[in-house]
Write a protein that binds this ligand. Structure first.
Ligand SMILES: [Zn+2]
Ligand SMILES: [Zn+2]
Length: 121
């Protein structure tokens, strides 16, 4: 796994933003059905960030790896710590395609200009 992280490199910041979290990760209210409803993995009865048991109707944020945490706990973790699941280190908020395209200048081989200008021969 060390190889993988060195391949990806520092192009993407290790944290994410609150708006990205809200746009990508659902919030569930904790109840006895949440484990089956969201297919939660691991210890689904307590938050592994603050190690507190969930209380009915508390807001739980469910990551794509099916690990759940308190909304406040995982939001703080993802925005101030790292954009990774605290348990399995799976990606928190998945990177967007449009952002990765901005990582470097794209050489423009425009054919539009050529057709406008005078022919060279
Ligand atoms: Zn918590
Ligand atoms: Zn996880």
């Amino acid at each position: 796994m060390m190889l993988l992280s060195s391949l990806i490199g520092p192009a993407r910041p290790p944290t994410t933003t609150q708006s990205e979290i809200d746009a990508n990760l659902p919030i569930a209210l904790y109840n006895e059905n949440i484990v089956t409803e969201y297919d939660l993995l691991g210890n689904a009865e307590k938050c592994q960030v603050c190690l507190c048991d969930y209380i009915t109707n508390e807001e739980i944020r469910v990551l794509n790896c099916h690990h759940g945490f308190h909304r406040e706990c995982i939001d703080k973790w993802l925005t101030e710590g790292s954009n990774k699941c605290p348990i399995c280190r799976g990606v928190g908020v998945p990177p967007r395609e449009s952002e990765t395209n901005n990582s470097g200048p794209i050489p423009t081989t425009s054919t539009g200009l050529d057709s406008m200008g005078p022919p060279f021969f």
